[in-house]
Design a protein around this ligand. Structure first.
Ligand SMILES: Cc1cc2nc3c(=O)[nH]c(=O)nc-3n(C[C@H](O)[C@H](O)[C@H](O)COP(=O)(O)O)c2cc1C
Length: 167
């Protein structure tokens, strides 16, 4: 099994809860599940596979700790790293910006050479636009704790199983 690290950023706890669920599904120790607020770029080096989680705030903006961390990504080299994403958003109130932050991080990691995994179909969501959708699919696991929290556990399990099989 690859060494997997989950890095999450969360304002009100939803992304943290999802990160812990994903970690549990993958059988990871809690030390592999890190808050980006207290992480450094060097922390990424310990892992072959990074799972990157963010909620979206403002109108299509990064969660605040990811926003602070973001400039550090510009100097990073993710060649040889496998990276998967998950995002938390609200498809009803923010239908024009649904999960945009996941798309922002995707662009940055992809531009720096990461091998991306974990795309997720957009069936079962109602939104107008998402920067996290490419070629008709989400670039990572799409979660909406505000409107579809009842689906979160099954989405996490399905996605984590798919990820485990493709690693
Ligand atoms: C002020 C505000 C702005 C938000 N902006 C967006 C947005 O642009 N796009 C989106 O998909 N969700 C948006 N959301 C929804 C949050 O991303 C969602 O509630 C998420 O579950 C929060 O996760 P967290 O507690 O981990 O930060 C916004 C929520 C609030 C309160």
């Amino acid at each position: 099994m690859n060494n997997i690290g989950i890095f999450w950023g969360s304002e009100t706890g939803n992304t943290q809860v999802a990160a812990e669920m994903i970690g549990k599904s993958l059988g990871l120790p809690s030390s592999n599940i890190r808050n980006i607020a207290s992480a450094t770029l060097d922390d990424f080096a310990a892992f072959d596979v990074l799972i990157i989680g963010t909620s979206t705030w403002g109108a299509g903006e990064l969660q605040s700790d990811w926003d602070s961390f973001f400039p550090k990504l510009h100097g990073a080299d993710f060649r040889g790293k496998t990276v998967a994403f998950f995002g938390l958003g609200d498809q009803v109130i923010y239908a024009d910006y649904f999960l945009d932050a996941m798309g922002i991080l995707y662009d940055e990691f992809a531009a720096r050479g990461a091998t991306i995994m974990g795309a997720w179909p957009d069936e079962g969501y109602e939104y107008s636009y998402s920067r996290a959708v490419r070629d008709g699919v989400f670039v990572g696991l799409a979660l909406d704790a505000d409107n579809q929290d009842d689906l979160t556990a099954s989405r996490v399990t399905t996605w984590a199983d798919q990820l485990r099989r493709s690693l």
